[in-house]
Design a protein around this ligand. Sequence first.
Ligand SMILES: [Zn+2]
Length: 248
Amino acid sequence: MQEDIARLIELQKYDLEILRLERAMAEIPQSLQKAKKDSEILAEKLGILQKSLEEKEKQKRLFEEELQEEQKRLKQTQARLTQIRGSREYQVLLKELEETKKTIKQKEDEILKMMEEIEALQKEKERIEKELEETQKIFEEEKQRFEEYCRALEEEKKRFEEKRMQIASRISTQILKKYELIAKKKGGIGIAGVKAGICEGCYMAIPPQLYNELQKDNRYYECPHCKRLIYFKDKYQPEEKEQTPEKA
Ligand SMILES: [Zn+2]
């Protein structure tokens, strides 16, 4: 039994815990993602609504100006009518007066319609603003919850890192370096057990001769397939025997 192998096995256990915690912290919860997305959609809707509201109001102001112009024209025509003698010119002016009145009525109707549209848009805007406010509240709550969760995981991670450091300081530098290099390349697993001739790092069979050698356990071995450090599992972890299913 090589002590460094036993320590590396323990180190591997802590490294996997650390990795698990890091992954959990990197995974943004769906509820938080959803709240964020919802807020973004609502904010965009609100932006579009605000723009069309501004557009409508601008249009309405323009119409109001035009209405004022028409009303001015009406007054002028009316004033001229009182001064007119010739009936031909009078008729022309009278016709003009009718036209202006018609235009004024049209403009007034259009302005009224616009006012209704603006009111509807305003209401919709208020509704979305309220909805956005609620969604943002949910987002903040979810964010806070996730941050708290991450803080707890961070604490847990620190504890594992301490244990890791303690055990790492007792492993020969060379083999530790080798393990770390492999772990970095191989998804966090630098050392793997071999059970029944199968490397549990890559689940491939190792050559029988190597398997025999491995059981003697007098040097470091690596898997010819995945290049991880390997050890004879029955020797180091005999407690992890396959469970025999109970017979009914
Ligand atoms: Zn392997």
